[in-house]
Design a protein around this ligand. Structure first.
Ligand code: NAP
Length: 579
């Protein structure tokens, strides 16, 4: 980039950082005006001034497919964030035999399925994207769901992934038999794979409450993922059950539009007030002209989410104090003391997933919106009767009651012939090795499975790191001359012990009920800092934690574990990458 452009972009970026820190104050308005002026100047510079170096096609984290080796048949299940990212990386590395199975009729996963009013991301959009495909055109700080769906579709098209996706293809079972994965689809079709990658995520099996009388409701009852985008809320009395991220978005989108909105709250949430700024056309044009600047915004938000935010949940008390103060101040926006009392949580901030909204409290005070803090007693044909006997009349009932977040890899019914199913082996708690592979299940990789980073971090970023690790394992498999890789059982036990010992310091065990905990109250997400996750994913794998098995003809070991006499024979495994 030429000197003047560099000077102006530096100036713009400093103003952006200061503005984001100063909140909706007078100073922020001054900075915004300064930025608009810089944007105009940048757009007037000659086009040659904008050039940024092109990123390498294959990132440093992994290598290209060895053309002397046979192409493995790779099946990815799920064409959401995980499946698309994995396929891009495999294609960039020269793998060609890739099939993506997707139950829906379009790509995007969560962002394809969730069409409820107000659906949006609550991670800054400049960071909620792949590092290899930044988007200068985001319309808002928190992009609407449809924009993210379109972004993912655009990535799939731009990297040649769309033709690899078989839509309307729901997987019913995956069985490792005769040294390959046999993947069966509902309807009877089947295909085989050398490598199976589950990218189905964990936010897709709806959790529906078992409420008395539910079947008697005369109106329309839907889970948040089943909202009919054609439904006009005007004149309707809408009940929303839940107060998580989905519910809060739905309530704000319907407030003042529907005749009434009744919010059925079981537990109040801490709500972090982050304004959802709209971006000007001038800013979008300027960012698309100066891709380096979009990259710097990505880095800025990555540092914020992985820094203060990502460490607050794993023991950074100073960072927790900052978020607690902001949420407590936000509660002051509630004028009515009784309503404020009902909305005040009695558990530590971030114990449940923090809700981001700068509009929820305002909208709860809209005269047409009613917070119902009494427990739901039963559903009746006219609506909901709460435990105090009050009937809340409703035309539409929306269950924003979340997902079965521990139904990892469901409903894929993964098993090894003659061995346990994945579900069965996880009956006492879901497990993985370093979040991407599972002991006992050869050539199976998992994105968004047990011990992945989640919370309010960017799924895109987490997925990208996991795909880098998986790519290295695939590189190592090729190097080894073997055809199967599986984590050793003792390595997985050691990893789980590490995660559980760190779980004690996390906010998730501070005394609330949340979807981070499984039925036994065990935390099954990454329990160390995001930076440590990054280092583990980019520094790994340590190949001594894996068994690499030779081709079936010369195999003398159990493919589920790799543990038997002759371990190491016929292998050429490189040494540990982790220090
Ligand atoms: P959620 O966070 O699990 O919230 C579910 C809500 O339903 C909670 O308020 C829960 O109350 C309530 N609930 C569940 N069963 C109930 C019952 N039987 N009776 C009364 N209330 C009941 O679900 P979500 O809001 O769909 O969000 C799930 C996750 O999706 C989020 O945490 C996030 O990771 C993701 N998401 C992300 C975004 C985004 O912007 N990136 C947007 C939406 C969702 P309790 O608290 O008492 O259990």
């Amino acid at each position: 980039m030429a000197t003047e452009a560099k000077h102006l972009t530096d100036l713009w970026m400093s103003a952006e950082m200061e503005r984001l820190r100063s909140g909706p104050q007078e100073r922020a308005q001054e900075l915004a005006a300064l930025q608009a002026d810089i944007e105009r100047q940048l757009l007037e510079l000659p086009v040659e001034e904008t050039r940024a170096p092109a990123p390498p096609l294959i990132p440093a984290e992994f290598r290209a497919h060895d053309p002397r080796r046979k192409q493995p048949a790779i099946v990815i299940v799920g064409a959401g964030v995980g499946g698309i990212c994995m396929a891009v990386r495999l294609r960039q590395a020269g793998f060609t035999d890739i099939t993506i199975l997707e139950k829906a009729q379009g790509p995007g996963g969560t962002w394809h399925h969730n069409r409820y009013p107000g659906v949006a991301c609550d991670v800054s959009s400049y960071y909620y994207c792949f590092s290899f495909h930044l988007n200068p055109a985001w319309s808002q700080m928190f992009a609407p769901g449809e924009e993210i769906r379109a972004y993912l579709q655009n990535v799939a098209d731009a990297y040649g992934i769309t033709p690899l996706i078989r839509f309307d293809s729901e997987v019913s079972s995956c069985t490792y038999e005769q040294d390959r994965w046999r993947i069966r689809l509902t309807g009877g079709r089947a295909l085989d794979a050398d490598i199976l990658i589950s990218a189905v995520g964990f936010l897709h099996v709806p959790s529906l409450p078992d409420m008395a009388g539910l079947g008697t409701f005369r109106g329309k009852a839907v889970h948040s993922t089943q909202w009919d985008p054609g439904l006009d809320p005007r004149g309707l009395k809408i009940g929303v059950v839940g107060t998580g991220s989905s519910a809060v978005q739905i309530v704000s989108a319907l407030a003042g539009k529907a005749e009434s909105v009744s919010v059925f709250q079981r537990t109040p949430q801490w709500v972090f007030p982050y304004p959802n700024e709209h971006y000007s056309e001038q800013r979008k044009q300027m960012l698309s002209r100066y891709p380096e600047l979009t990259g710097r915004l990505f880095e800025f938000f990555a540092a914020w989410y992985n820094g203060e935010f990502g460490t607050a949940v794993v023991g950074n008390r100073d960072a927790q104090d900052i978020f607690r103060a902001a949420c407590a101040a936000n509660l002051e926006a509630i004028e009515d003391e009784e309503l404020r009392r009902k909305l005040t949580p009695d558990y530590p901030i971030m114990c449940k997933r923090l809700v981001f909204s700068s509009t929820y409290y305002r909208d709860l005070q809209n005269p047409s919106v009613h917070l119902v803090a009494e427990a739901v007693g039963k559903v009746v044909p006219e609506g909901i009767v709460t435990a105090d006997g009050t009937l809340h009349e409703l035309d539409v009932l929306v269950f924003a009651t979340g997902f079965q977040t521990h139904a990892f890899c469901q409903p894929l019914n993964i098993s090894v012939a003659g061995g346990p199913s994945l579900e069965n082996s996880w009956k006492d708690g879901a497990a993985s090795f370093e979040s991407v592979a599972v002991s006992g299940f050869p050539n199976l990789f998992v994105l968004g499975g047990p011990y992945s980073t989640v919370g309010n971090l960017s799924t895109m970023s987490c997925t990208e790191l996991q795909t880098a690790y998986i790519m290295r394992l695939i590189n190592a498999l090729e190097d080894s001359g073997a055809d199967t890789v599986v984590p050793r059982a003792e390595a997985q036990q050691r990893f789980i012990a590490e995660m559980q010992s760190h779980a004690r310091d996390t906010i998730w065990l501070s005394g609330c009920k949340s979807w981070y905990l499984d039925a036994n109250g065990t935390v099954t997400i990454w329990t160390r800092t995001p930076q440590e996750f990054r280092e583990r994913m980019l520094g790994g794998p340590d190949l001594s934690d894996f068994a690499f098995l030779p081709s079936p003809k010369s195999r003398d070991r159990d493919p589920r574990t790799g543990d038997s006499p002759g371990a190491g024979r016929g292998l050429s495994v490189s040494t540990s990458r982790r220090g």
